[in-house]
Design a protein around this ligand. Structure first.
Ligand code: DGT
Ligand code: CA
Ligand code: CA
Ligand code: ZN
Length: 558
């Protein structure tokens, strides 16, 4: 850590704050950064940072943390909060936070919006954009699109639904297969299958859709395109009689298919995307339906979420697949944020959305006091909200409203409010929001201590991963599972698209213990309550049955 390292971190904070539209603070950070940059003395030698021009108490504290730990929690938080779309613009080498902010002020907050602006030559009129910049930007967008990795299922699903709907106008049936159908948390590309007697019409419709940016290939029954959001998608039109085998094949996974094909061979059959055939006679013995294929192979029907070649074929041979939880089993959502902390909607709006989803109950869990960046509630505010929620529960019909909190697990494993306050609430979610790089023994001890607290109902987003941005905490998961079994603390499957935490693998492992799971959307707006399906998909991929999941049960006040 030298002076310019510290200055750079402060600049970065300024950039991110500016992106968020925060006034005055960015200038303060820039000023401090500049004066640190121009210091004669090494910053490490200072005892009191406030003697540096432009550095007040607040910034001095941050410098202290940077100098001591080499990193800054606050910066991590800011990064996490930056809307992904604007963050996306920062992937282009030409665009720094400052330029991103200028673009955002012109309504350009995503790469696709930037592309549109480039197409219409709207950029040269803006400050600092010459004709050369335009060319450079176009090129780097192309590059970026190509090297872009997997997308979040939660972002891809709405697009899939649009494509499905549009294609249904010209098809008898449309199914999105591949990893989307298996509810994998991230998706490489979108594989669409369709039945139609007029394939050319389907090809024409598909390649002309508003969502399509580039047509890579267009054939008589198959086309591949790049969508506006940069993801690749292809459509295959199939005859009705082989739709089942094509659906089976293109749903995958590849590993599942290989095992299934080998099983078919052992039974004297041949399985391909065209059908199931008798190897000797060549006679077709299946292929119009997926169910028929599994049945003819002597298997119970295997739901797409389980098709990962991780024991599902063996289980299906002995009729021992689990009865998987379904979205309609879910009776409530227990992880909602409101505008009391960092949510964007009111208590009422969130509750009414839950009621519109026909839930029996809904749990409010705003952030706790230590999480200042997310507007965490002081003890007074929490109690005030608690009283209001009680009143709303009396006045709003048709749904039970539970009053909870998402309490930070402090570094020493304690919670963020005194017991006397927490015991008044209906439930407590305890979550780690800091110290993500702590060593395994330290972080495991911290979390276990919280789980042993009898006031904790649910361990929120247990591993803390943010897909594509932050890895999981280095928790000893076996210990977490053992303690969960012992303390009856529910482990969350956080349904937020970037989290899906616990993930499918952990859920499967949890099934070996007597553990309760809790689905929570971590909704920060009323729309977000619809993320529940992502959590259900994750639960199903982890072989979870209804009985394992807390919010398939009726709520009993404690
Ligand atoms: P993705 O797109 O990376 O998220 O994952 P998938 O599973 O959608 O994979 P994708 O799009 O490459 O292929 C779709 C399905 O097609 C895949 O799940 C299984 C099937 N498939 C693809 N390649 C092969 C193969 O070489 N052998 C077999 N048996 N099946 C394959
Ligand atoms: Ca795919
Ligand atoms: Ca594909
Ligand atoms: Zn949280």
């Amino acid at each position: 850590m030298d002076n310019s390292d510290v200055a750079r971190i402060l600049q970065e904070i300024a950039d991110l704050l500016e992106l968020q539209g925060v006034k005055f603070k960015p200038q303060a950070y820039r000023k401090a950064a500049r004066s640190i940059e121009s210091l004669e003395e090494d910053i490490m030698t200072f005892k009191d940072y406030t003697v540096i021009p432009g550095v007040g108490e607040a910034i001095a504290k941050k410098i202290d943390e940077i100098v001591r730990t080499g990193r800054l929690e606050y910066l991590e938080k800011l990064k996490e909060e930056t809307p992904e779309e604007v963050g996306e613009l920062l992937n282009l080498p030409e665009i720094g936070p400052k330029t991103a902010q200028i673009l955002a002020s012109q309504g350009i907050t995503s790469i696709s919006a930037l592309e549109k602006a480039l197409e219409r030559h709207l950029l040269p009129r803006m400050k600092g954009f010459g004709p050369k910049t335009e060319e450079n930007l176009k090129r780097s967008i192309e590059l970026y699109q190509f090297k872009k990795e997997r997308r979040l299922l939660g972002k891809v699903l709405p697009v899939c639904r649009k494509l499905e709907e549009a294609l249904l106008h010209v098809c008898d049936n449309v199914v999105v297969a591949g990893s989307v159908r298996r509810w994998k948390d991230t998706v490489g590309d979108i594989d669409i299958l369709a039945i139609s007697r007029r394939p050319e019409q389907v090809m024409n419709t598909f390649t002309a859709l508003a969502e399509v940016k580039h047509v890579i290939s267009k054939g008589p029954t198959r086309s591949t395109v790049i969508l506006r959001n940069g993801i690749q998608s292809d459509v295959r039109v199939l005859p009705e009689e082989s739709f089942g085998s094509a659906l089976q094949y293109f749903t995958g996974s590849k590993e599942h298919n290989i095992s299934l094909r080998n099983l078919a061979l052992r039974k004297g059959l041949k399985l391909s995307e065209y059908g199931l055939f008798n190897r000797k006679t060549g006679e077709k013995v299946g292929g119009d339906s997926e169910e028929g294929i599994y049945q003819t192979l002597g298997l119970e029907y295997i739901p797409p979420e389980l098709r990962e070649n991780s024991g599902e074929i063996e289980a299906a041979q002995t009729n021992s697949l689990p009865q998987l939880v379904e979205l309609t089993d879910i009776k409530g959502d227990l992880h909602l944020h409101t505008d009391w902390s960092d949510g964007s909607d009111s208590l009422e709006a969130m509750i009414l959305k839950a009621r519109a989803l026909a839930y029996e109950y809904v749990g409010i869990a705003d952030h706790s006091q230590s999480l200042r960046i997310a507007g965490g509630l002081s003890p007074e505010k929490l109690l005030e909200q608690h009283a209001i929620i009680k009143k709303l529960d009396d006045t709003i019909d048709g749904i039970t409203i539970l009053s909870g909190v998402e309490s930070d697990i402090l570094p020493d494993g304690s919670l963020d409010y005194p017991e006397s306050i927490l015991e008044q609430l209906d439930f407590v979610i305890a979550s780690v929001h800091s110290g993500f790089k702590a060593p395994q023994d330290v972080i495991t001890r911290r979390v276990v201590k919280a789980m042993r607290n009898p006031l904790v109902t649910i361990l929120g987003h247990p591993t803390g991963r943010i897909i594509g941005r932050r890895g999981a905490l280095d928790l000893d998961m076996n210990v977490i599972f053992e303690v969960a079994e012992e303390t009856k603390t529910a482990l969350e499957i956080n349904c937020y698209p970037h989290r899906l935490d616990l993930n499918d693998i952990h859920v499967r492992k949890a099934g070996e213990y007597d553990i309760t799971l809790a689905l929570g959307t971590d909704a920060h707006s009323s729309q977000d309550l619809e993320f529940m399906e992502l959590g259900v998909g994750t639960a199903r991929r982890g072989w979870a049955s209804r009985g394992m999941i807390m919010n398939t049960q009726c709520y009993r006040r404690r």
